[in-house]
Design a protein around this ligand. Structure first.
Ligand SMILES: [Zn+2]
Length: 122
């Protein structure tokens, strides 16, 4: 026996809402996993890095297309994506990568200061 028309509609609505909920939770999970997977730069030899916690430049934030003040590795504060940028160049434009609705806007923060001209004397 065929289900009645309201029962059919109820079944279709249930299937549609289940798919929608799966899509929504999938997107949320994807954003969470992206944050956890890409969360730090890697290195092998710690003797080539120097711990300098008191430099004021660590806390400065830059927007897309700002001029890069120091060569180094920068991390997006929203999604944790990392880039290398050279002093005097511009940070990638706004369309460099996309953030989902749960993340803040693209902002760059230096995580590794590189001594590209050999003048940094720590
Ligand atoms: Zn980002």
């Amino acid at each position: 026996m065929w289900p009645s028309r309201p029962a059919k509609l109820k079944k279709i609505f249930f299937m549609f809402s289940t798919i929608l909920i799966n899509i929504i939770f999938g997107c949320i999970l994807n954003e969470i996993l992206n944050i956890r997977v890409r969360n730090m730069a890697l290195y092998k030899d710690s003797s080539i890095l120097k711990y300098v916690p008191n430099w004021e430049g660590w806390d400065k934030i830059y927007k897309p297309s700002d001029i890069v003040p120091h060569s180094g590795i920068y991390k997006c504060t929203g999604c944790k994506k990392e880039i290398t940028s050279n002093k005097g160049d511009r940070f990638p434009p706004q369309n460099h990568h996309q953030h989902g609705s749960l993340l803040s806007s693209i902002q760059w923060k230096i995580i590794i200061y590189t001594d590209t001209d050999g003048s940094y004397s720590y």
